[in-house]
Structures are given as structure tokens and as C-alpha cells.
Ligand binder design. Structure first.
Ligand code: PLP
Length: 368
């Protein structure tokens, strides 16, 4: 029996009838881009996150990009983020012509180390983007405190954290804006691409609405040259259906994570740390082990899929060699990249499957 890394087919089977209704409705109305289905989703998602506004776009990368563009971040500006994230976080910064400045991660949470933030701020810093990695929010209070002292906006990369919480606040509700991806494998995923920005700032929301639709307020009247980053009607409808199940799906992820963590506690496998003041939604379940490559091969031979999120920190990627960072610049991110391993986790994963993954790994530790 093979164990997949994610299982979207079973997830969608649960809501198949509702999804078919969405397809029929959208075919019927021909509202293929934005339209009522997207509007409805924006309303529902803003309510879910607890913000006044939500603007739906076509990817998480676009969400980050358009927030930066709407804040007039551009050439000559610096934006602070972490090197241990998916490249999209940094791509949004370079897309507007600004320069990514990295700060190292905390060795326990794997998210931005707030103690290192102050030293990275310069007169050119225009925004700070903490990443709520793997489904657990970054340490927002000290990050916001430092940012506020300098008058710098904080943009949350919440692309892996739909429904996650920090001291009771939902991901995407604490910064100037929250950026979400609805890539199919995310905790809330479209049947295709999707993204959104959540914010309490009406002016910012309006600017992003214009940016996603060619800088226009009315058809063929353009206030500035924008882009085309609109959400499709079909995805809006699908996301509204799936949002109703998100909390339960997150609980199922947490149940699987608890089983893994129980199995790994007191062994050579280091389970992910779940911090007291946070609600972790386990987009990914990421362990640390000394012999990561060996264990990964063991899993593969046992028919168990696994992943590496992410094997090369951004400052060591060829794409960002021009930033001039060297090996050793961010020791925690570099060490973590060599020891992490992401295990299968998804809503509805059988506890037998979790147990088998855990026992294969522990067996691998024993013989290695
Ligand atoms: C998925 C992801 C993105 C980008 O989202 P897309 O919808 O794929 O463009 C950005 N940041 C992080 C941390 C992500 O995991």
C-alpha cells in the first residue's frame, strides 16, 4: 500500500455534489471572471479571518505582489522577510523592483526570529513580511512592536496558514494585510489557482481591487497601469463551498499531527514544536532528523511519499545570487534546510497510515 503526500481526490469526493452545483451555476451565468461567486467568497473569507475586507486574486504570489504595489513599494526600497520560505515570498518583492533583506528564523518555530529584526531595518525598509510557515503563525507581537516603532507596515504571508491563530487572532488579521494562496494543496484550495488579500484598510483594499483589474475603477477607465490578477468565478464558488469545511479539515490535520508527535516524542526524530499561544493548522508536518536523506529513501522504498520544504534557503538560491549573501549568513535556516522532512498529512488521513509512516521512520532510525 502506498501512502500519498496529499489526497485531494478523497477531499473533493466529500463535497462533490456541492462542487457540481457550482459548475452548473457558473456555466449558467457565464460569470467566469470575478462576478457574484467571487464576491460571495470575499465576503465569507473576510468574515472568517475577521477583517473588514477581502480582495480575491488569482494566486498567493499575486496577493503579496499587489499589496506591495499598492503600498507603493518599488525600486530602491527594501522589504524584510525570511530565507526559509517558498520563493514566492521573495519573488513578490523583486516583482515590484524592491530588494529582499533576509533575517534568520527561530530554531524552534522556524518562523522569523523577532530578536534579529531590528538590526535588519534601514532607512530604506518599506515593509516586513513574516511567513506563517507550515501552518503555524510567526511570533507577531514582538514583530509588530518593532515594526510599529519604525512605522513600517507588516504584511502577513499566510499562504500556509488558513485558520491558524496567534493569541486568538486569526492569520491574516494582525498585519496591514494578510496574503493567502488557494493553490489546490493548501489548507483551503481551489480547483486551480487562487489567492486573496485580507485587510481592515478600505483604501488599501480599493487599490488592490484596481491593481488586479488593469488599474480601473470602471470598464475602460484606467487610473494607473495595473495588471490582470482577477480570480475566476468558478474558483470563487468552489472556495465558498470548501471554506465551510475548513475548520473540520484543520482539526483532522491536527489529529494526525498529534498521532505523529506522540510516536516521535523521546526518539531520534524531532517533532515540530507547537507553541502554547498558537493554533497550528499543520499545512505540513515537518520533522527534523540527523540522517534525513537515508530516512527519506527508506520511506520511498516503503511506498511512502515525503517532501522537503525547503531544501535550499532563498539566500543560497541561484535566483538570488545577485543579492550577495554567502553561505553562513543565516545559520539556523541553513541547518534546518539540511535536516527537515515533511511527512504525509491531509484531512482524512487514516490513523493506520500515520502509524505506518511513523514506524517505518523509527525502524529507519534503529538500523541506521
Ligand atoms: C504557496 C505559497 C505562496 C504562493 O502562492 P501561489 O498561490 O502558489 O502563488 C507564497 N508563500 C508561501 C509561504 C506559500 O506556501
Amino acid at each position: 500500500m502506498t501512502i500519498p503526500f496529499v489526497d485531494l481526490k478523497s477531499l473533493h469526493a466529500e463535497v462533490e455534489d456541492e462542487l457540481h452545483q457550482v459548475f452548473s451555476r457558473v456555466l449558467d451565468s457565464s460569470a467566469f471572471v470575478l462576478g457574484p461567486e467571487v464576491k460571495q467568497f470575499e465576503k465569507m473569507f473576510a468574515e472568517y479571518v475577521g477583517t473588514d475586507h477581502c480582495v480575491a486574486v488569482n494566486t498567493g504570489t499575486a496577493a503579496l505582489h499587489l499589496v506591495l504595489a499598492s503600498l507603493d513599494v518599488g525600486p530602491g526600497d527594501e522589504v524584510i522577510t525570511v530565507p526559509h520560505t517558498f520563493i514566492a515570498t521573495a519573488e513578490a518583492i523583486t516583482a515590484v523592483g524592491a530588494r529582499p533583506v533576509f533575517v534568520d528564523i527561530d530554531p524552534v518555530s522556524f518562523t522569523m526570529n523577532p530578536e534579529l529584526l531590528e538590526a535588519a531595518i534601514t532607512t530604506r525598509t518599506r515593509a516586513i513580511i513574516p511567513v506563517h510557515l507550515y501552518g503555524q503563525m510567526a511570533d507577531m507581537d514582538p514583530i509588530l512592536k518593532t515594526a510599529d516603532r519604525h512605522g513600517i507596515p507588516v504584511i502577513e504571508d499566510a499562504c500556509q496558514a488558513h485558520g491558524a491563530e496567534y493569541k486568538g487572532y486569526k492569520a491574516g488579521s494582525m498585519g496591514v494585510a494578510g496574503c493567502f494562496s488557494f493553490y489546490p494543496g493548501k489548507n483551503l484550495g481551489a480547483c486551480g489557482e487562487g489567492g486573496a488579500v485580507t485587510t481592515n484598510d478600505a483604501r488599501l483594499a480599493r487599490r488592490i481591487e484596481m491593481w488586479r483589474d488593469h488599474g480601473s475603477t470602471r470598464k475602460y477607465e484606467h487610473a494607473f497601469p495595473g495588471l490582470n490578477m482577477r480570480m475566476e468565478g468558478l474558483q470563487g464558488g468552489i472556495l465558498s463551498v470548501k471554506l465551510n469545511h475548513l475548520d473540520r479539515w484543520n482539526r483532522e490535520r491536527r489529529q494526525a499531527a498529534a498521532l505523529y508527535t506522540k510516536a516521535f516524542t523521546g526518539t531520534e526524530i524531532t517533532p515540530p514544536a507547537e507553541l502554547d499561544d498558537r493554533y497550528h493548522v499543520y499545512h505540513l508536518y515537518v520533522i527534523q532528523a540527523e540522517n534525513r536523506e537515508y530516512l527519506r529513501n527508506q520511506l520511498t522504498s516503503a511506498g511512502i511519499e515525503s517532501g522537503l520544504h525547503y531544501p535550499i534557503p532563498l539566500h543560497l538560491q541561484e535566483a538570488y545570487s545577485s543579492l550577495g549573501y554567502r553561505r553562513g549568513a543565516f545559520p539556523v535556516a541553513e541547518r534546518v534546510a539540511n535536516h527537515i522532512l515533511s511527512l504525509p498529512i491531509y484531512p482524512g488521513i487514516a490513523s493506520e497510515a500515520v502509524a505506518r509512516v511513523a514506524s517505518e521512520l523509527l525502524e529507519g532510525c534503529r538500523v541506521n
